[in-house]
Design a protein around this ligand. Sequence first.
Ligand code: TRP
Length: 370
Amino acid sequence: MSTPHATATTAGKPRILTGDTPTSTGLHLGHYVGSLENRLQLQQQYDCFFLIANVHAFTTLAEKPADIRANTMGIVKDWLAVGLDPDASTFVLQSEIPAIAELTFFFAMLLPFNKVMRNPTLKTEIDTKGLGDSYPFGFPMYAVGQCADILAFRPELVPVGEDQEAHIEMCRDVAGKFNQLYCGVNNRVPLDEHAKPGTAGASGLFPVPKAKIGRVARLAGLDGVNKMSKSLGNAIFLYDDDKAVQKKINKITVLPDEATKLVPQSHVLLQYCDAFLPAARAKEIRAMYAAGGEVMHGHIKAELGAAINTLLTPMRARRADMEARPDKGDGLVLDILRRGAARANTIAEETLYRAKQAMQIDIAPRRIGM
Ligand code: TRP
């Protein structure tokens, strides 16, 4: 076992954990700029754990296990296509990490029920998914489970979209409370120092992790109004081909505002320029629109479409290579998930054991199968 408060791995890199729930397929540019790009940039500097929250998918799809299974395989293929590297990072299949389930139960004791039920991310999901009051007990429970997903790996950072911030806040609460209740951290130690090596009183088991929001917190859809989303039909998918991408971009209407006679700086075309063109070029285009002269929208759309296609080409190629295998890449995915679970369990089991020690329930540790 490593030193009690180490947050770094043997590789000496600080840890990151983040994940996706396999409730649907079809990644789009919103996913890319909101989180995948972040992961790509972080995967070399950090020891990354990327979790597929397949147990959480049962909160809304319990009657469709085959869909969850297919989406799980699909997400791993998407990650590979985007460029996440299973040799540099660890891919974690949630259902194979029993320590997560055990920690979930412990953490559920540290969170007031009413606080979980007021979690704004859960509330929004209940609204947008039309769950009414018929959702299962496990639905709000998943927010507690997410704390365990994260803390099982004792990461420093959790790169997520803006919509997940409330969950990370809850995770910080739980980590802090656990450290204070069971690890002797007193309440004058700032949260961010609960497990900081070399800091007096920082005897916490859990570093209190921070959220890291993507470069573009909310990418608008092609309609220019709503967030980009598959179900709203306003998305550019990572596997749209060159022509489809350009066609979608061309369809964006660019009209000047009636009062100012200018194309507003908040226009979705300009948002996309920020997101997908070099910063200096996006600034230049914004200035052109602000000056109100004649701007060739068509040229800008062509430039934007080309930039997006340059970004997507290698992803499509990697995905196509996988699909061309006789087993469509399934064997590769299973191998990655098996290797990932082995490594993930080593760490999560260590966390669980130390949590049990702190909680004084390491009374008669089990020896299964020995
Ligand atoms: N709830 C997240 C989502 O739907 C997925 C998720 C599950 C996650 N466990 C996590 C994200 C832990 C970050 C950390 O997007």
